[in-house]
Design a protein around this ligand. Sequence first.
Ligand code: IMP
Length: 197
Amino acid sequence: MILYACSKNPGKLREFALATREFAPQVTIDCLPGLEGIPAPEENGSTFEENASLKALYYSRFTPELVFADDSGLEVDALGGAPGIYSARYAGPDAIDTANNELLLEHLQDEKNRKARFLCVIALAKADRILETFRGAVEGHLLTARVGSNGFGYDPLFYYPPLGRTFAELSPEKKFSVSHRGKALRKLFEALSRDAT
Ligand code: IMP
């Protein structure tokens, strides 16, 4: 079964490839053909669900196959849930990961409550119709400096107590086994195998 991913984020694409290898070898996840040349839709939803769904619907018009889009981000309690759906562009429209990390550290200076969670919503669509959405979350807390060099985004700041490491210190397999994206993708794979039987 072929499933087209509507993302240009190399960090996410690596995790999608790992996911199929580990959990759903019968599924092939590929980047939507021609994605580079398709103008991205405006992510103007107010929730992860809305943004994932609008992306999946939009891209489903370019192929008759199943497509999925993921919208994800970091919610920080002390910041009232920010950066949330704005995680990718926290420090500006084309912000790189280190700029986002630095701004987050600046906003959390002297803050004692460092509780945060990663969230991921995956929307599955076909031919201009949303079939289902899947949500995953993982709780952790934010360090005062970056640790580790794996992963992407806010991984070096996100300390995961059950493993005593930041996400950037975990192997891709280990991160995937506990992450928000791993949880959402496993729910997607379960739904696909349920529907195939
Ligand atoms: P999206 O492309 O709008 O879903 O952007 C998600 C943004 O949230 C990413 O660019 C990262 O900044 C952050 N993010 C989402 N998932 C992760 C993760 O697994 N690790 C680190 N940062 C993440």
